[in-house]
Design a protein around this ligand. Structure first.
Ligand code: ATP
Length: 220
């Protein structure tokens, strides 16, 4: 087959985050979304310098190593390290612009948890995101839908019901995707480690072994 319309090209899907550290909340939700969206692969996209929070506790190299270790259990999740190679704050709009230049017609899917989606209006040039990608919002425990009015308007305008709607065009739709809730956060993992408890079961064993060996997240 040659050429092809957007409908024939598998969407390129990404879950951005700090991954400090990567955990089962990221991994199981991304894997569920990958299946629900009938994608062969999905990319985890670590931020180099997250714009909305302080510097990550682990270094870029350490966060990338933990992501690589997590892949043993989730081989269909790949890593896109482009934001870690860029200087300055890792604005998603810049990343999507770069991907759009490389893939002019391909549907781009930006996955975000409900907590992050509720804050989307605070992202750098947030309205431009809709020109560049579809947004897929993942259920997250304790994060209820709570959009400020401008964002609520965009969500209402752009809402689609199913994955098929996302293959039909390169960008612009919003899908609320119900995934089985996974009650894990990086904050909770770090809190457990600081208080001398093990976060076993909240992240893959090789990632936990790496954290222990490298004495990560021990101090406040
Ligand atoms: P922190 O506790 O420091 O806020 P985090 O656990 O939210 O970290 P991030 O790397 O900041 O992890 O999250 C990256 C993306 O993954 C965000 O869009 C976030 O909403 C989503 N995400 C993280 N954990 C979950 C989860 N348990 N369920 C659904 N989405 C999640």
């Amino acid at each position: 087959m040659t050429g092809g319309s957007a409908a024939e090209i598998e969407p390129l899907a990404l879950l951005g985050g700090t991954f400090d550290p990567v955990h089962y909340g990221h991994l199981r939700c991304a894997e569920q979304a990958r299946r629900e969206l009938s994608l062969e692969y999905l990319y985890l996209l670590p931020a180099g310098q997250p714009p909305h929070r302080g510097a990550p506790r682990a270094s870029v190299a350490q966060r990338l190593e933990m992501l690589a270790l997590a892949r043993a259990e989730f081989p269909r999740l790949l890593i896109d390290d482009r934001e870690t190679r860029r200087a300055g704050p890792s604005y998603m709009v810049d990343t999507l612009q770069e991907l759009r230049s490389m893939h002019p017609d391909r549907p781009l899917l930006l996955l975000i948890g409900q907590d992050a989606a509720n804050q989307l209006h605070s992202w750098h040039r947030w309205r431009r995101l809709f020109d560049l990608a579809h947004i897929v919002i993942l259920t997250r425990p304790a994060a209820h839908i709570d959009y400020e009015p401008d964002l609520a308007e965009q969500v209402a305008l752009r809402a689609v019901n199913g994955a098929r709607d996302l293959s039909a065009s390169p960008a612009g739709a919003i899908l609320q995707l119900d995934v089985e809730p996974v009650d894990v956060s990086a904050t909770a993992i770090k809190r457990r480690i600081r208080s001398g408890k093990t976060p076993r079961g909240l992240l893959p064993e090789p990632v936990l072994a790496y954290i222990t060996e490298n004495r990560l997240y021990l101090d406040a």
